[in-house]
Design a binder for this molecule. Structure first.
Ligand code: SF4
Length: 348
């Protein structure tokens, strides 16, 4: 029986911690950016591997973060599965009592890595998959990889690993939603729909963005089900419109339901305020730099956790992590974002 994310215990809203373990990726998705969550940093793959965080270092920082109150631990990239030691990272984190570890992947290498991830006791996987059409997938990612991703999902599910398929909603996949439901039924997995983020290319964003309301209208028309609005299971982040369709849990992150911002979003001259993503996690880049959101202008000088760890400065790490936790935990939900607001940022 698959564990749903919604079945994990929720006590109080808490930010989670994301370790961006590599800026490198084996796809070139048009909806993403080089480096994924690490894209504001230079890439580290050319002779600077020694600067990349190692499994025991992730474990130490994850232990401190867990003690401070962050939960869960998420492993992201780039594409984390291109790191040969990614299962060591997961296993190291799972040695922390009670910790929940999730990994986000594009699934291309999942078939060969799933067994090791299972042995490392991964709790769940988020597989990013924006099209079930082989041609569209290839056009969007630059790789004819859809069959490999599907084999990876099948392998993970056979091994009993809970899987969420993350779909970035775009004009070209709005009509594929029913195919995603069939996929979810076949493999007993959950679907999570995310809005397309504007990563600075307004022209691309505006020509591909679809309001989540359009998908919700399709769901009601076709399946005659209505949604409940629930918080993400860790509690912090945009509430999700949640549907149960033929036993499949579908969660839609609709920024028009509200986004979490902290004081610094307004006070630091962030040109992207109010954004559609908000803050809900501390992100630690492969070189140890930290940030609160995708965008670099977080209004607070980045602290390098890896440098402090290698210097043995545990007092500074704990103090800074407590401050980061308080800042993230003070975020409040506001209904400020809409496609019109986004447009005005670029046309005023
Ligand atoms: S981009 Fe970052 S700093 Fe700016 S509003 Fe969004 S969460 Fe806040």
């Amino acid at each position: 029986m698959k564990e749903s994310q919604a079945e994990y215990p929720v006590t109080i809203p808490r930010p989670h911690i994301r370790f961006v373990v590599t800026p490198n990726c084996n796809l070139s998705c048009k909806s993403c950016q080089p480096g994924g969550e690490a894209y504001t940093r230079p890439c580290y793959s050319t002779g600077q591997e020694a600067d990349i965080i190692l499994p025991p270092e992730v474990q130490t920082l994850a232990q401190i973060a867990t003690d401070v109150g962050f939960t869960p631990v998420k492993i992201t990239g780039g594409e984390p599965l291109i790191r040969p030691d990614v299962s060591e990272i997961v296993a190291a984190c799972k040695e922390i009592p009670g910790v929940v570890v999730n990994l986000g992947t594009n699934g291309l290498l999942l078939e060969e890595m799933a067994q090791k991830l299972r042995e490392a006791r991964i709790d769940s996987l988020n597989v990013g998959l924006n099209s079930l059409s082989r041609g569209t997938y290839k056009k969007d990612t630059g790789v004819d990889g859809l069959p490999m991703v599907l084999k990876g999902i099948e392998r993970a599910r056979k091994l009993g690993i809970p899987v969420n398929v993350n779909v970035v909603l775009m004009k070209q996949n709005l009509n594929e939603f029913d195919d995603f439901i069939e996929l979810a039924e076949r493999y007993d997995l959950d679907i999570r729909v995310l809005p397309l983020s504007n990563l600075g290319d307004y022209s691309y964003w505006s020509s591909h963005y679809v309001p989540c309301d359009e998908l919700e209208a399709h769901i009601f028309e076709k399946y005659r089900v209505t949604s409940n609005l629930i918080q993400p299971w860790s509690g912090l982040g945009t509430p999700m419109s949640t549907f149960s369709i033929n036993g499949v849990a579908v969660r839609i992150i609709n920024p028009e339901n509200g986004v979490f911002y902290s004081d610094f979003c307004q006070s630091n001259d962030c040109g992207n305020y109010p954004c559609a993503d908000g803050i809900w996690a501390l992100r630690i880049d492969p070189n140890g730099d930290s940030k609160y959101c995708f965008f670099p202008r977080s209004g607070r000088e980045s602290f390098n956790y890896l440098r402090a760890l290698r210097d043995g400065d545990f007092i500074a790490i704990v103090e800074r992590m407590e401050q980061d936790f308080d800042i993230l935990n003070s975020a409040e939900m506001e209904n400020l974002w809409s496609p019109e607001v986004e447009k005005n940022k670029y046309t005023k």
